[in-house]
Design a protein around this ligand. Structure first.
Ligand code: TLP
Length: 348
């Protein structure tokens, strides 16, 4: 199994393993019982995280999924309507947690490259009527996973947040890869999240930490969120050993995400020359490469299996769509192997 995590693994940036520096920080981490508010490493991480994203407070959660669920629980009550883009991760990949555990009903809005326009939001927000659930939250995703890592600009976020706020909704950002979204457009994460009430981001994806995500917002929101995290079993006691890696991730791993984007673009450009594959290069701004396989050649699954025989791992994002993700544990040589192998499989 070991090789699966080491070589040619383009399935996701979630496969990244902690750096030597992280492991050393974990070894030395000062810890305490965090449920009692006594873990200095977690407190350090939460302060640092809040500062990095320009929010008052932050909470260390077990995963992106838990962070999003805690956010939805904190912002809504049972029976409320939560609006989001039709391919949102919260809707598509989080096991229906917001419905099963939060009792909320999602309302999906068709976006373009993952982005919802203010008009589309206005149309989806129905006037108060005795028959309708109460809309209370808008969730946006930046970068947008199923749209191939496509990004929202600060202006696009401000524009939808304005409409949401006019109607009394809160806004949560699933920013699992918000550091990618920021570096891709040369802006700060603080700029991207200034008009949202909460943001979740992952330490365990491109930033390379082994476990954990952050939920950030104002102090009152984070106090309430802390209680929901406990309810969901996320009170983690001496988890300062994990937070220590998160601190290294935030301090030293954000800038290098630009390398992942450069490599992704290089791969995307090379693959776009293969006739039986197609790629929307305009959308390829971050580290996710979505490749459509010509049905005349076969399915995404057929391609994934052919690649696996060559020790290259990729994921499916649909019946005809293969997803490759770049991250710190794949480099130029791995990319060259991927490109050559794909040429051989598709054209050979
Ligand atoms: N995404 C994973 C899988 O769940 C698909 C991946 O490999 O891309 N929000 C977004 C936008 C995400 O992409 C993910 C993970 C999450 C939330 C959930 O994070 P975790 O895996 O930490 O629960």
């Amino acid at each position: 199994m070991d090789h699966l995590y080491k070589r040619f693994d383009f399935r996701s940036d979630t496969v990244t393993v902690p750096t030597q520096e992280m492991r050393e920080a974990m070894y030395k981490a000062e810890v305490g019982d965090d449920v009692l508010g006594e873990d200095p490493s977690i407190q350090h991480l939460e302060h640092l995280a809040a500062e990095k994203v320009g929010k008052e407070a932050a909470l260390f959660v077990t995963s992106g999924t838990q962070g999003n669920l805690v956010a939805v629980l904190t912002h809504t009550k049972r029976g409320d309507e939560v609006l989001m883009e039709s391919e949102a991760h919260i809707y598509y990949y989080e096991v229906g947690g917001i419905a099963a555990l939060g009792g909320v009903i999602p309302r999906l809005i068709q976006g373009s490259a993952g982005v919802i326009t203010p008009d589309a939001l206005r149309t989806a927000l129905r006037e108060e009527n005795i028959h309708f659930p109460t809309p209370s939250l808008l969730c946006i995703e930046n970068s947008h996973n199923r749209a191939g890592g496509a990004i929202w600009t600060p202006e696009q976020i401000v524009a939808v947040a304005e409409v949401a706020k006019e109607r009394g909704l809160h806004v949560h950002m699933d920013g699992a890869r918000v550091f990618n979204a920021a570096i891709a457009q040369n802006c700060s994460v603080s700029e991207l999240v200034a008009s949202v009430d909460s943001v979740m981001f992952c330490l365990s994806k491109g930033l390379g930490a082994p476990v954990g995500s952050i939920l950030a917002g104002n102090a009152e929101l984070i106090n309430r969120a802390r209680k929901y995290r406990k309810m969901l079993g996320g009170g983690m006691r001496q988890a300062g050993v994990l937070a220590a890696a998160g601190i290294v991730a935030l301090e030293n791993m954000t800038e290098r995400l630009a390398d992942d984007h450069t490599l992704a673009l290089k791969i995307g450009q090379a693959l776009s020359n293969i006739e039986t594959l197609s790629i929307d290069l305009d959308r390829l701004k971050t580290n996710i490469i979505l490749v459509k396989v010509d049905p005349a050649w076969g399915t995404a699954e057929k391609l994934i299996q052919a690649l696996e025989k060559e020790e290259i791992l990729a994921g499916a994002s649909g019946p005809q769509t293969v997803r490759f993700v770049t991250h710190k544990d794949v480099g130029e040589l791995d990319a060259a192997k991927l490109i050559d192998t794909l040429k051989r499989i598709m054209e050979g």
